[in-house]
Design a protein around this ligand. Structure first.
Ligand SMILES: Cc1cc2nc3c(=O)[nH]c(=O)nc-3n(C[C@H](O)[C@H](O)[C@H](O)COP(=O)(O)O)c2cc1C
Ligand code: SF4
Length: 439
């Protein structure tokens, strides 16, 4: 497997344009400029590249939705909001190799025929956004951005936009509202952004990692990309592992690597004396997987087949020192706080779930509360305007199935029997994991 996205991560500082180009950077443009756009979209479809922002939708298929005679201007918007707990992959490329982003945006913009590109960066990634700005300026100065790039007749500029904050800004239509200067409420779909997006114009929204795969696919071919994956997956992916493991971090590995290889070989396995209870495979909105599912290939279809979601490939570990109810409660608290407030089931339902979980911790819960959590998840999931709330209840529904005995124990014991000291130490390790660097 060839490292693509993390190939320059060993350098202490992001590469300047000259050094990046000396290593083959921007060479992909030779394979892209002048080539038939439809043919390139077909090649992308054949490569098996799927969106890395969480949903795993075929990138080539999404791009094919853009009408050939789409009214101008057409926009490309890159989602670098990365606010899902457990997800920290895009940040690595932003801080360590911003020219890889510029090249990915430029290649993708050419293929879809975009007139302008925007990179929407998570508000806390301020330093990273400045690094990207610098790379964009270097590209402008070298004629890689601007009018008639390298004599191709194609013109493009990239605007780096630092978010004002909030998780919901990562939802693609809320992101478009935020970019336009409005409150970040999700829009109704349809119309999808490819038809009516930024300022009402046709817009393709993609995750940052997704577009960074495009140059090498165009340069080396769809078959090469497929061959980079394993066990039915295509290409590589920036997997992340956080929580009580020896070597938390971000790892570029074949799509389809098993969860066991990822957690034990690359992330070093659990801290000494800890036992794996469960893990979330793709960020905090994905249903739990269990130790008997460790041999599942980490690609979209295989993880979906066992009832979870690959999401962003950000694995979060739950060990035997963490109360599963407390763990789950913390997740819902995040989603309750980040609700945009537009629809009632999410705005009022998620805080009520937190309240119910608190009753289990405080020892006042009854079997009726357990039932209410179950029913509330069923009501919230399918009745909201965007995917934030369904994503929030997925781990709760999976916790209800997996940790049924824990709910009962909390009722019988009138509270939580987990040692608060052990839980605090474990949570500190989990926090360190999310901060962890690339390995
Ligand atoms: C609440 C919420 C937050 C999201 N946050 C992000 C994010 O931070 N980054 C991202 O790429 N996609 C995020 N998504 C998914 C985007 O809506 C969209 O599907 C994605 O940017 C499409 O790009 P892709 O096809 O390349 O994955 C989020 C979705 C929801 C519902
Ligand atoms: S589900 Fe939540 S975040 Fe999404 S629109 Fe409704 S209130 Fe807003």
């Amino acid at each position: 497997m060839e490292k693509v996205l993390s190939r320059n991560f060993h350098h202490a500082q992001p590469l300047d344009l000259a050094t990046y180009r000396a290593g083959g950077g921007y060479d992909s443009l030779q394979s892209i400029f002048g080539r038939d756009r439809e043919e390139m979209v077909n090649e992308l479809r054949a490569s098996g590249l799927r969106g890395c922002g969480g949903a795993g939708f075929s990138t080539g298929l999404k791009w094919s939705f853009l009408a050939k005679d789409a009214p101008r201007p057409v926009y490309l918007v890159i989602n670098l909001d990365e606010s899902e707990p457990g997800s920290c992959k895009d940040r690595q490329v932003l801080y360590r190799d911003p020219h890889t982003i510029v090249e990915g945006v430029l290649a993708s913009a050419y293929i879809i025929g975009a007139d302008k590109a925007f990179v929407f960066v998570r508000g806390e990634y301020k330093v990273g956004a400045a690094k990207l700005e610098k790379a964009v300026q270097e590209a402008r100065d070298a004629g890689l951005l601007g009018d008639n790039i390298l004599g191709s007749g194609f013109s493009l500029d990239i605007d780096v936009h630092l978010s004002a904050g909030r998780y919901i800004c990562g939802e693609e239509t809320a992101l478009l509202n935020a970019l336009e200067g409005y409150r970040a409420n999700p829009r109704s779909k349809p119309p999808f952004p490819a038809v009516k997006g930024l300022w009402g114009q046709p817009t393709i929204v993609n995750n940052m990692e997704t577009v960074c795969h495009v140059p090498s696919i165009m340069h080396k071919g769809a078959q090469w990309f497929q061959g980079q994956g394993q066990n039915g997956g295509s290409g590589t992916h920036l997997f992340q592992v956080s929580g009580p493991v020896k070597n938390p971090g971000v790892f570029e590995l074949p799509m389809g690597v098993t969860a066991r290889e990822l957690i034990y070989d690359h992330a070093g396995g659990l801290l000494d004396g800890r036992k794996l209870i469960a893990f979330q495979p793709g960020g905090s909105s994905t249903p739990f997987m269990t130790p008997d599912q460790l041999d599942t290939p980490m690609h979209f279809d295989a993880v979906a087949k066992i009832g979870s979601r690959l999401g962003t490939g950000g694995v979060i570990i739950m060990d035997d020192t963490i109360c599963p109810l407390k763990y789950t409660r913390n997740l819902i608290e995040f989603y309750a706080r980040e609700s945009c407030g537009f629809c009632t089931p999410c705005r009022d339902g998620l805080p009520y779930l937190v309240h119910l979980f608190d009753k289990f911790e405080l020892g006042t819960a009854t079997a009726a509360d357990h039932q209410t959590i179950l029913e509330l998840c069923g009501l919230i999931g399918p009745n909201t305007h965007c995917a934030l709330a369904p994503g929030a209840v997925m781990p709760v529904q999976s916790a209800l199935q997996l940790f049924d005995d824990e709910f009962k124990k909390h009722i019988a014991a009138k509270g939580c029997s987990y040692s608060p000291v052990a839980a605090t130490a474990s949570q500190a390790a989990a926090g360190a994991g999310v901060q962890g660097g690339h390995h």
